[in-house]
Design a protein around this ligand. Structure first.
Ligand code: ATP
Ligand code: MG
Length: 225
């Protein structure tokens, strides 16, 4: 029996702007199982990033519930940031590396936040860079990295605290087909080695064909593909 790690129940989210109310999520349900790779596709603007931010506890739904390992998550609890930092890894659509820090430091920061020593955080970060084949760029600042390298640094940063789930928003969005395939192969390899769960938002049908399961966000709800 597959074990659920994170579920979203009846997730609703709307935005209000000068044009009126925009319903983005209208009762989306999702079950994410331990150790799987799952992708979400959908048209631009349909709410994929919104959904991922809610599942990653970076934003709150207007209505609905999140369940992690069988327990309801209180998104208003004080320790929610700590929980996110330890259990979830996030790869953003636009990598959001900190420009004033080197690649190595960018990766180490989430580890330092947990209270880890400088030395250990940096050596763990270096180890990940070796694994993802970007150790040579450790001392580069983000503006000294190629798009593919920036994306791999962002993946290292998401992995540094050994999260149970990695949520990746278009991790290959800015890459050419070759580098896109490399990043995806890397994600699939990590999934096999570490049994970490990967939830990937993508526009790319080829990537959608690689993951264990594929959901489409359509009119504010998720449909199995
Ligand atoms: N803070 C906000 N205020 C108002 N509207 C917003 C806000 N954030 C997102 N939206 C709108 O909500 C909709 C969903 O946005 P979202 O970024 O989730 O889409 P997406 O599916 O990730 O798109 P893409 O594939 O282009 O990344 C869009 O129409 C967007 O304009
Ligand atoms: Mg998006």
């Amino acid at each position: 029996m597959k074990e659920k790690i994170l579920s979203g129940l009846n997730l609703c989210k709307s935005y209000q702007d000068s044009n009126g109310v925009l319903n983005v999520l209208s009762g989306a349900d999702i079950d994410i199982f331990k150790g799987e790779t799952l992708c979400i596709t959908g048209q631009s603007g349909c709410g994929k990033s919104t959904l991922l931010h809610i599942l990653g506890l970076l934003d709150k739904p207007d209505r609905g519930k999140l369940i992690f390992e069988g327990k309801s998550i209180d998104t208003t609890a004080k320790n929610v940031n700590l929980f996110r930092n330890k259990r979830l890894g996030f790869v953003f659509q636009f990598h959001y590396l900190l420009e004033d820090f080197t690649a190595l430091e960018n990766i180490a920061i989430p580890r330092l936040i947990t209270g880890e020593s400088h030395k250990k955080a940096l050596s763990d970060a270096k180890e990940l860079m070796l694994k993802l084949n970007i150790a040579k760029q450790a001392d580069h600042y983000p503006n000294q990295l190629s798009g593919g390298e920036q994306q791999r640094v962002a993946i290292c940063r998401a992995l540094i605290n050994n999260p149970d789930i990695v949520l990746a928003d278009e991790p290959t969005g800015n890459l050419d087909p070759k580098h896109s395939r490399e990043v995806m192969d890397l994600i699939m390899q990590l999934n096999r080695e570490t049994k970490q769960t990967f939830l990937i938002v993508t526009h790319n049908p080829e990537i959608a064909g690689l993951t264990d399961r594929h959901l489409e966000l359509l009119n504010g709800v998720l449909v199995e593909r």
